[in-house]
Design a protein around this ligand. Structure first.
Ligand SMILES: O=C(O)C1=C[C@@H](OP(=O)(O)O)[C@@H](O)[C@H](O)C1
Ligand SMILES: C=C(OP(=O)(O)O)C(=O)O
Length: 443
């Protein structure tokens, strides 16, 4: 091989000029289904004792990886229209779970955490691997707990991917203590499969903070909706113990709610441009953390109204800073940080130390990228301090993080010349983002 042929050549950087808003947006934006609901529903349907339907599922990298992994384990997932003939749907036909199998988790926290307990129920080895970042994201809570509950796992990297779960056709289950302070998904993962464990499960969180409680509530609600019995005694006002009784699960006909965290950049556009955006089908009641945007973005200067048409969010063009604990709604942090960088007063975002272990180290990435556009952001122990300053154009790097890309697009609305690196990374949860964004702006 010649020196030139062996030299490492960086691929050309893919830059997307973020559209600058010349006026107030006025748009209705239909947001695809929730990632968190779709992937929980797929797992529960795969573990059920009868077929189920999933209508308006999200079709994005994370959910297609989940569907593909379940197919590899023997579950049939067919394309179809829902039983009432409306909308696109998946029909899920559970079958005995089989190994050997190989699961690609990509960089999906839901796939890498929710599927190892399912694999323990398969009748052979299941190998898990994914993107380089998946090797760095914490998984010890799931691995250690599954071992206590009776599973055999080879994790050559000790507590991380890649690993092999040696499915034995069933799992004892029982009582386990875990530290879920680095990810709520450890708790959700164990609860979702627990009705199929011989003794069910009792999970006790023993760590310091427990992030993303609404996502654990989503798990509990969705389990109950398919007939599982879940008890969650409260401790100091919040649950820290969950008990799931062994039982058969019903097949469900579920219409997936729009992804309210993916609605965030569009609502932010109303706030930033002093415009108006309506998101149809905004649920009146939901466990999705994105529902907190109604309160957070209102405090930051807008107003919202929930009607038959959906949620209409209206901005005034003035954005105020905010001091807020985002521990329960961590995945909203990049979008809130982007809006905060454009505000008329400083912001402090707290309670999100665990974001250092998300798709990328989000606290470091937001600090670096906003500061490179002229901003003044500092990392704190558990969040960000953002002092707004006039920003200028430049490249906004995204680190394979969909929410970094949408955060950069929000800033680009108000700052001319922002270019988003690898906007295609939004395909993790919202493949049509660039088109939806330009359509919202009337381009
Ligand atoms: O269970 C879920 O669907 C999720 C839980 C949260 O994870 P962490 O608790 O790891 O933050 C959230 O950030 C992620 O986007 C989705
Ligand atoms: C943290 C996120 O994803 P994951 O499910 O991969 O943890 C996210 O979507 O913001």
């Amino acid at each position: 091989m010649t020196a030139a042929a062996s030299a490492h050549i960086d691929p050309p950087t893919d830059l997307w000029p973020a559209p600058y808003a010349r006026g107030a947006v006025d748009a209705t934006v239909t947001v695809p289904g929730s990632k968190s609901v779709t992937n929980r529903a797929l797992v529960l349907a795969a573990l059920a004792s009868e077929p189920g339907w999933l209508r308006r599922p999200l079709r994005s990298r994370d959910t297609l990886l989940m569907a593909e992994a379940l197919r590899t384990l023997g579950v049939k997932i067919e394309e179809g229209v829902g039983p009432d003939g409306s909308g696109e749907a998946w029909r899920i036909l559970p079958s005995p779970l089989r190994g050997p199998a190989t699961v690609d988790v990509g960089n999906a926290g839901t796939v890498m955490r929710f599927l190892p307990p399912v694999a323990a129920l398969a009748d052979g080895p299941v190998r898990f691997d994914g993107d380089p970042r998946s090797h760095e994201r914490p998984l010890h809570g799931v691995i250690d707990a599954l071992r206590v509950l009776g599973a055999r796992i080879d994790d050559e990297s000790r507590g991380a991917l890649p690993m092999t779960v040696h499915g034995a056709g069933g799992l004892d289950g029982g009582t386990v203590e875990i530290d879920a302070s680095s990810s709520s998904q450890f708790v959700s993962a164990l609860l979702l499969s627990a009705p199929r464990f011989n003794q069910g499960v009792e999970v006790r969180h023993v760590g310091s903070r427990l992030p993303s409680l609404p996502h654990i509530r989503m798990t509990v609600d969705m389990l109950r909706a398919v007939g599982a019995q879940v008890d969650e005694p409260e401790h100091g006002g919040a649950p820290n113990v969950w008990r799931v009784t062994p039982s058969a699960l019903r097949g469900r006909d579920l219409v997936v709610e729009p992804d309210l965290s993916n609605a965030q950049p569009f609502l932010a556009a109303a706030l930033v441009t002093g415009g108006r955006v309506t998101v149809p089908d905004w649920p009146a009641r939901t466990t999705q953390p994105g529902d907190a945007l109604r309160e957070i973005f209102t405090e930051m200067g807008g107003s919202c109204e929930l009607t038959e048409a959906g949620l209409t969010f209206t901005g005034t063009g003035r954005i105020h800073g905010i001091d807020v604990d985002l521990g329960e709604v961590g995945e909203l942090t990049p979008g809130i940080a982007a809006v905060a960088a454009l505000a008329d007063s400083p912001s402090t975002l707290r309670g999100v130390a665990h974001l250092r272990l998300h798709e990328t180290d989000r606290l470091a990435a937001l600090t670096k990228e906003i500061n490179e556009l002229g901003g003044d952001v500092t990392e704190t122990e558990d969040g960000l301090h953002i002092r707004p300053r006039p920003l200028h154009g430049g490249v906004f790097h995204t680190y394979h993080d969909h929410r970094m890309a949408t955060a950069g697009a929000i800033i680009g609305l108000a700052v001319e010349g922002v270019e988003i690196e690898d906007v295609a990374t939004t395909a993790k949860t919202l493949p049509d983002f660039p088109t939806m964004w330009t359509e919202m702006l009337g381009a």
